[in-house]
Design a protein around this ligand. Sequence first.
Ligand SMILES: Cc1ncc(COP(=O)(O)O)c(C=O)c1O
Length: 390
Amino acid sequence: MSDPAASLDAFACESLAALDASSLRRRLVPTARGARSRATRDGRALISFSCNDYLGLSQDPRVIAAGRTALERYGAGAGAARLVTGNHPPLVALEERLATHKGKEAALVFGSGYLANLGIVSGLVGPGDLVLVDALGHSCLFSGVKLSGAEMLRFRHNDPSHLAELLGRRRGKAKRALILTERIFSMDGDRAPIETILAIAAEHDAWTLVDDAHGLGVVEPGARAPLEMGTLSKTLGSYGGYLCASRAVIDLLTSRARSFVYTTGLPPASAAAALAALEIVEAEPERTARPLALARRFTDRLGLPPAQSPIVPVMVGAAEEALTLSRALEARGFLVVAIRPPTVPKDTARLRVAFSAAHDEGQVDALAQALAELRTETPNPHQTARSSFD
Ligand SMILES: Cc1ncc(COP(=O)(O)O)c(C=O)c1O
């Protein structure tokens, strides 16, 4: 008789050995985050340059107080899906504020950004439709397309002429077309040419979704797309995802997005914390300008191209080398996690440095200095970000 439990374990062990052999195994490390970008790992105090808490709002006393008040008033969880009894007042208030912030008629909050993209894409397109995705788009955009059953084409990263060419060749055969891109790319920190993409979309009657996970509150937004999606988990310091769009689109997805309909609503504390954070984003322009200014200071110090966002990739290439550089920085008190395939394309492992309003100039200079010193020890750790297409 076969033993399915044994064959399952054998499969897991073999797969882990393969991941180990290519330096691609992931491990969880307990990390206690604190105020002013501090993090403790294995009892060591570090300055983190790996959080997406771009304004330090996850640790802001006003955000924490708003979450605590909602927790005490409405309880720890939503209690049910939003279409049942989970549509609590903090969610309603948050959606109104998000819609106003983005200049849209309405908003819909999902359980996370990942769930939002799964539900939005699969709720709007299906078999017989065409989706065009930037080649460096986030995993959840690709997962949304797979779930939808629509045909998927990748266009070269930030290359509108390739997008136009693909639409010119294939749009005629599809009923509906949807373009997916990011305002700020999560692993490269560069900006998409949204205005040009919207002009191409108009020529081909294609809808555009901009994933603004890393842009909200930290870069000038520029042109807005009909579908403005994002997350509550980065600049807003909380947890959850959202879409801002027309009332009709939001109403349709309220009925049709499976990752919205069939899941419990976001906890009241998460929604209230995000709302308090959004109010701070709107009220404190000096804070919102700071992460990009610090990122530019860092790129200046290292002679890298000027940062376009608070995210700066320090390109390494091989996964093992990226891990080595990350460990060397950790030994000097900096937490800068190595990013490896499949999160980024093959041979483009890197350190992804993320700046926050909670950093001070001295910390930024110290990190630049440490990297400059390590660069002399390790050949070629700082090529600039390239766009890749495979
Ligand atoms: C571009 C982008 N989209 C979506 C997500 C998913 O957001 P969340 O963390 O809220 O699931 C992320 C987060 O990693 C992201 O970087």
